[in-house]
Design a protein around this ligand. Sequence first.
Ligand code: MEV
Length: 439
Amino acid sequence: MKNISGYSKLSKEQKIDWLVKNYLHEDEQAKHELISYWHQDLETQKTLDEFSENTITNYFFPFSVAPNFLINGEWYCMPMAIEESSVVAAMSNAAKFWSERGGFKTEIIGTTKIGQVHFLYQGDIAKLKADFPQIKAQLLEGSKYITYNMEQRGGGVLDMELIDMTQHEPGYFQLKVSFETCDSMGANFINTCLEEYATSLKETVGKNPEYGIVKIIMSIVSNYTPQSLARATVSCKVEELGNFGAITAQEFAEKFRMAVKIAEVDPHRATTHNKGIYNGVDAVIIATGNDFRAVEACGHTYAARNGSYGSLTHCKVENGIFTFWIDLPLAVGTVGGLTQLHPLVKRSMQILGNPDAKQLMQICAVAGLAQNFAALRALTTVGIQQGHMKMHLLNILKHYDATEEEKEYALEYFKDKVVSFTTTRVMLEQYRSAKKEVK
Ligand code: MEV
């Protein structure tokens, strides 16, 4: 049977058995493989299992570090969870390069987060607007039991606005609430507050005949946090950039600035450009147990905030000074969520010196800037394939079960040739038949 009811109630072994029987051709080997990825420590495995639902095994992913990040005068080693080849190498190169030129400078521009109660209102709109200050005070008072702890930590609700959205849909209003959530990412806290506001709104306004009917549509955090923003910058004299082969420092600076400009004005290029930025950001976000979907969604919306999608990084070359920076909006947590639970997340935090949320935001901004610098440096000088091809070649060689000797030969052979599945296959065939003949 390809479908089942009550799957979630089965034990892990039963879940695997059902899967193997129905989707993996009753292959015992598949069952062993799935089980082989279980953690040997039962407690750790239990912790991992509980992060999600219907867990049957663990999905392995490389965990790397990129050392030599000098950020505001302190050394950092960047933990990265990413499967794409060349990203960590590029990150390490950029870190080393800028550590010799003053390092990265970072700052926090804001940490405000947003949540919304979306509702329909049928009644006296002018009265609702006029009385909103009292309604707001009542709602805020009613949520004190939820916000008390956060207030003790220095956070809480910053403001609440009534937004008239009736130009989009008759009766559509929002409570737009801004929050400070300190070292937690905040989604849980914000959603709890919002649901409380929704309930109170129905009570105070919806049940009061002086107003009208309130119909709550939904209450949810917004992952768009343009006011939770970190900036990272690198800067040096143009001549300190050094020459890149035949390309002078001046030429490089101009080409680089132009590459950023292209991503500022062209959405096709900007998408790839920003994707490269998130190669770095996501890797750190995943390593530190944060929500990379939220972080990416936020960044892409921010990149389109002026009505056209553009670059998250910017560059200027003025008075002989090269300056390159990123403004990265993001909501991260260093408490709550996976941060105290996932064993490698705990290690990542330790590697980073147990940062608070503001520090982690700045570290992520550095990761994005470093990754983008490395990508644009390659693109505007030697091209991206030179770095990628070695990995690509090794993957193809693995596919053809190449021996160590064949790998060595292939790396030399492809130094000045284009790598593809076909060229690698032909090379291997020739090499293998030449070897046979010698025998
Ligand atoms: C590949 O994962 C990322 C790049 O394409 C980014 C870019 O083009 O800027 C190299």
